[in-house]
Design a protein around this ligand. Structure first.
Ligand code: 26W
Length: 822
């Protein structure tokens, strides 16, 4: 066979420049001397896409030719951020594009700033999915990401008088150059209706679901460029539209407006991302969203399978792996069962065997309020056939597997039932996922231990090898190479240019950790990054800060378990000390926050308000001589993280031990040379193992201590009355010092920490936390020592490359073969 001749593609800066101008004129209909920055951005994307789309086509052709096993990563969230700079880096064309734009009088960084973030996710889980599809493409594995084409991603956050307000995000208001619509692959999605039992002549019975409504799923493909451009995978996002049965009669009969409202209803399904990252509310629209997305994705997977393998279901599980990113896509299981049985005519046993060898499930949280339970009555109304199937899965599970393991134990059956019976009947999606999957994984060593011990202890006994660990990771392409070009250049020159894929190579810089010249270079880069952030802070908040202060950063969703309020208590402590003694000897500190609160999460919003109010006061208090500054950056998102992380000296990872499944910001910050102040929770534990106990500031209760203190009956008042400084700062919240004329506005925070029981043990960890900060203050003064520690942190992050995580998934769960172009 003749090797396919790929069209020669000129990658020079000159040629890129011509392509950009060409797209500016003929794609965008403008001209160099009147184009605005948005047009320049668009033209640059279009120029790049000529190459990207070609590689995409090649990849798809190559995969369908080789028909090898592929993974389908199902996730309701993909927090992609911006794509231009990432794609340029992964194509190894950033330098050329920079030069091309420069020749056209444009600064590439400014052009990249024009891109709206693709914020189709809430936080950790969605960003992890984005890092993982980057790594899958980089490692050359056949993979498709499936998600929802939300019209509005996570809300834009503004502050009004210190309060969070939510504004709609419109990432594709004026079109998006990266996405390709694929009308040829539209899917139909039934909803509601009833199930009929049809008896055949041969006495057999089959079920027919008569849907009450039909939606259409329209796929949009986003190309995912692997580093080194070995291949281009796709992220396929489904948009909802009215089904073909759209009522044209009503329309023609003059019911134009009614017909429009049916259309609008159908389109609400993919209209907006649910902004909760920890509390499930059981909303009907959310269930429909989940099913819509699962139905489209499963049908798409089946279509591709049948194209290559016909009805040879015996090989299905050899060709298809489906990863459930938390339980949000778990309805895929009964959906696949339904299609195999009702439409393809497989027996239950065969269909179940296929499912059980196809699905794997990742758990991302232990928080009880985040575990999805759907009310049986809602399920029955929206997905009547799926409920029947879930009942049957459950019946067989209890009567065969549970009965075999715990004969006659009805209490155990009640406990493990996929249907929770007491307090309103509910479908437990986590149990459904564990029972239906061949592997279940936690996302950090400690988290997996707790998943086994606390969340699914019986399942762990029943299925001995099913629960495994895959520690999370982050892509070094985005989080070091693209976000921190100066540090990247230093590593290039110190350890060679292989580190973006072989992150362990950073260790080769360790011998230089004590080298004065290297330390100076490393810290000069940090200082440059801080200077850039100083400008950004000024522009976004109006606050002046000095790059000579310690930049102490906590960036993550706002949640009580993540304990931004503990950070605040410490800030108040410092402020009080400074007011008592303005000459206090401390290294100036800037505390920087970035966090969105779920719109319905009252206490989280209170904490944002409190931080903003304290910031107002502290930043405008001349008595403390700029030793303390507090900055709350509005609208935290991926593109803002890319500016904050390279400028951080200190990384706050202070969750109550046992509650942060892993964390991934902790990895990104350490990789960029920040020192962690943190609890022994999630991946912090593994970070400490990598960098050594002397290079991290660990404090507070560990998981076992949290457990025992809770068992003994935790009393926050013991700490309140036992610690004068703590008492003083808590009482301060009751005054009107921070909210002049409005005493009590911050009292809820104090109440939650005392009267309401301090569920997350802030008071228990307060003193340890303050002491750890005091150690930071001492350590920072020894600039050589600090530089050494920062270098060690950065150079020891090799383990947290998401390529390693993906390789772990491949080895222990997916068993894929790399399949580079050819
Ligand atoms: C249904 C509401 C809802 C939405 C999202 C509940 C729970 C979630 C996610 C599971 C929350 C989440 O993002 N978890 C985070 O996942 C990261 C990636 O594994 C971890 O690093 C974080 O520790 C974990 O909080």
């Amino acid at each position: 066979a003749t090797k396919k001749q790929t069209k020669p593609f000129d990658l020079s800066a000159d040629n890129l420049q011509q392509r950009i101008v060409h797209h500016l004129r003929s794609t965008l209909g403008t001209h160099e001397n009147k184009a605005n920055d948005k047009a320049w951005w668009n033209a640059t994307c279009s120029a790049i896409n000529e190459l990207v789309f070609e590689k995409l086509t090649d990849t798809q052709a190559s995969h369908s030719k080789q028909d090898t096993r592929a993974v389908n990563y199902l996730s309701l969230e993909f927090l992609m951020g911006r794509l231009l700079s990432n794609n340029l880096h992964n194509l190894e064309l950033f330098g050329e594009a920079e030069q091309a734009l420069k020749a056209l009088g444009k600064d590439i960084y400014q052009v990249c700033e024009e891109e709206p973030d693709m914020a189709l996710g809430n936080g950790g889980l969605g960003r992890l999915a984005a890092c993982y599809i980057d790594s899958l493409a980089t490692l050359g594995y056949p993979a498709i990401g499936y998600g929802i084409h939300y019209e509005h991603g996570l809300f834009r956050q503004e502050f009004k008088d210190g309060h969070q307000i939510e504004r709609p995000d419109s990432w594709r208001e004026y079109g998006n150059p990266w996405e390709i619509c694929r009308p040829e692959s539209v899917q139909e999605v039934p909803l509601y209706g009833y199930v009929e039992s049809v008896f055949e002549d041969d006495g057999s019975m089959r079920k027919v679901w008569h849907a009450g409504r039909k939606l259409k799923g329209v796929p949009w493909d986003i190309p995912i460029v692997g580093y080194g451009a070995k291949l281009v995978n796709v992220l396929r996002l489904w948009e909802s539209k009215p089904g073909e049965a759209f009522d044209w009669d009503v329309f023609n009969a003059g019911g134009y407006v009614d017909a429009q409202s049916e259309k609008a209803q159908a389109e609400t399904v993919s209209k907006v991302l649910y902004p909760n990252d920890s509390t499930e509310q059981g909303k009907e629209l959310r269930l429909i969203q989940q099913y819509f997305f699962c139905a489209c994705s499963v049908k798409d997977i089946l279509r591709r399978f049948k194209r290559a393998n016909g009805n040879n279901w015996d090989v299905f599980a050899d060709k298809v792996a489906i990863q459930l990113n938390d339980t949000h896509p778990a309805i895929s299981v009964p959906e696949l069962m339904r299609i195999l049985i009702d439409e393809e005519g497989l027996t239950w046993a065969k269909a179940w065997d296929v499912c059980r060898h196809t699905f794997a499930y990742t758990n991302h949280t232990l928080l009880p309020e985040a575990l999805e339970n759907w009310s049986v009555s809602l399920f029955e109304r929206v997905l009547p056939r799926h409920l029947e199937i879930i009942y049957e899965i459950n019946r067989r599970f209890l009567e065969t597997e549970v009965e075999a393991k715990w004969p006659g134990d009805d209490e155990m059956k009640r406990k493990l039932s996929i249907i929770k019976e007491d307090g309103g009947r509910m479908v437990r999606m986590a149990y459904l996922s564990v029972v239906s999957s061949y592997k279940v994984n936690g996302v950090a060593a400690i988290h997996t231990r707790l998943v086994k011990k606390d969340l699914f202890p019986e399942f762990n006994e029943l299925y001995l090898e099913k629960i495994v660990n895959v520690t999370n990771g982050v892509t070094p392409r985005r989080w070091l190479k693209a976000a921190n070009p100066e540090l990247s250049a230093l590593y290039d020159k110190t350890v060679g240019t292989g580190w973006p894929t072989q992150l362990n190579l950073l260790k080769d810089a360790l011998p230089k950790a004590k080298d004065k010249k290297f330390q100076k270079e490393f810290m000069a880069i940090k200082h440059d990054n801080k200077l850039r952030l100083v400008k950004e802070i000024k522009a976004l908040t109006g606050v002046d800060v000095s790059a000579d202060a310690i930049f102490d950063i906590q960036i993550k969703r706002l949640h009580e378990y993540k304990r931004q309020q503990l950070n605040l208590l410490h800030i108040l402590t410092l402020y009080r000390r400074l007011l008592a003694n303005p000459e206090l000897d401390m290294v100036p500190r800037v505390f920087i926050f970035g966090a969105k609160a779920a719109p319905g999460y009252h206490m989280a919003k209170q904490i944002i308000y409190a931080i903003n109010k304290v910031a107002d006061k502290v930043n405008n208090d001349p008595r403390i001589q700029d030793k303390l500054k507090v900055v709350f950056m509005p609208n935290y998102r991926v593109s803002l993280a890319e500016k904050l992380i390279p400028a951080a000296d200190v990384s706050e990872q202070i969750s109550t031990a046992g509650l942060e499944a892993s964390g991934t910001g902790n990895m990104k910050l350490a990789l960029n040379g920040a020192l962690t102040i943190g609890t022994l929770d999630g991946a912090n534990i593994e970070i400490a193992e990598e960098v050594g106990d002397d290079n991290i500031f660990i404090f507070g209760l560990n998981v076992d201590q949290v457990e025992s203190i809770k068992r003994q009956g935790y009393n926050p008042y013991d700490y309140y009355y036992g610690n004068a400084e703590l008492k003083a700062v808590l009482d301060w919240l009751d005054s009107d010092f921070f909210t002049p004329g409005h005493p009590g506005e911050l009292s809820d925070i104090k109440r939650s920490l005392l009267e309401w029981g301090d569920q997350y043990l802030c008071l228990a960890d307060y003193q340890g936390y303050c002491d750890a900060h005091a150690r930071i203050d001492v350590a920072y003064r020894d600039t050589a020592k600090w530089a050494e520690m920062a270098i060690i942190n950065s150079a020891c992050m090799g383990k947290f490359n998401s390529d390693r995580s993906i390789q772990d998934y491949v080895d222990t769960i997916w068993h894929l073969k790399a399949c580079p172009l050819g």
